[in-house]
Unconditional design. Structure first.
Ligand SMILES: [Zn+2]
Length: 224
């Protein structure tokens, strides 16, 4: 197993420190620090990347990026022509504006024979099926996975090798490497970076749903 290096992160504002602090110097909140373990493998990989050599841009060759149509002309246009293999897309919005409905319609319309994996930490298979029935969606390749543990979600993706993964929603998913509640800044950082890495490595396109309140308290001044 890789040695883990520790970093302490403020759960309220995301401030990082090498040691535990009682009071956050950035947002002045008390007892918001928790330990986040960093995998040193990531640091090693970064080092490898830093040894890259310069190349003449005019000699660089590339393959045409393959895109899959979502089945919605308007959405394809926003995405620059469709979903790119191994990309990560965030769909955010207030509760009840129809994010889950839109996602289910994408699952239905996307042109693929591979599995579309719908991961839900909020709703049951029955609730999603009810919505699918209402929308007259009954494709064979849409699979439901009701799980919130990122380790198990990753294994399921490894096994099912889906074309598209839906995470509904990001704030219900957790990693036991982070000692804070699902939806906290620490968890969101860890989960998002794990999903991002997985997308790239396994060439799986992932759509993350993020429910935002009208005035997100801790998020308004943040990058998240
Ligand atoms: Zn803070």
């Amino acid at each position: 197993m890789a040695k883990a290096k520790a970093v302490f992160v403020c759960n309220n504002c995301g401030y990082e420190s090498s040691k535990w602090l009682g009071k956050c110097p950035a947002c002045n909140e008390w007892n918001t620090f928790f330990e986040q373990k960093l995998d040193t493998n990531v640091a090693t990989k970064k080092k490898e990347k830093e040894t890259a050599k310069s190349v003449a841009l005019k000699n660089v060759e590339y393959k045409e990026i393959s895109r899959i149509s979502t089945g919605f002309g308007e959405l394809d246009r926003v995405l620059g022509g469709g979903l790119v293999d191994g990309s990560l897309i965030l769909i955010g919005g207030e509760p009840g504006i129809g994010k889950s409905t839109l996602i289910l319609q994408i699952c239905d319309k996307i042109k693929t024979d591979k599995i579309v994996l719908y991961v839900s930490g909020e709703e049951s298979a029955e609730q999603i099926k009810l919505r699918a029935d209402r929308l007259k969606i009954n494709k064979n390749n849409i699979m439901f996975y009701g799980e919130t543990d990122i380790d198990l979600i990753e294994s399921e993706i490894e096994e099912k090798k889906p074309e598209l993964v839906i995470i509904d929603s990001i704030q219900t998913i957790f990693s036991d490497k982070v000692d804070s509640i699902p939806g906290s800044i620490g968890q969101l950082r860890e989960i998002t970076s794990r999903i991002m890495r997985m997308c790239k490595e396994k060439k799986v396109t992932t759509i993350i749903i993020r429910t935002c309140n009208k005035r997100p308290e801790t998020l308004q001044d943040q990058e998240y």
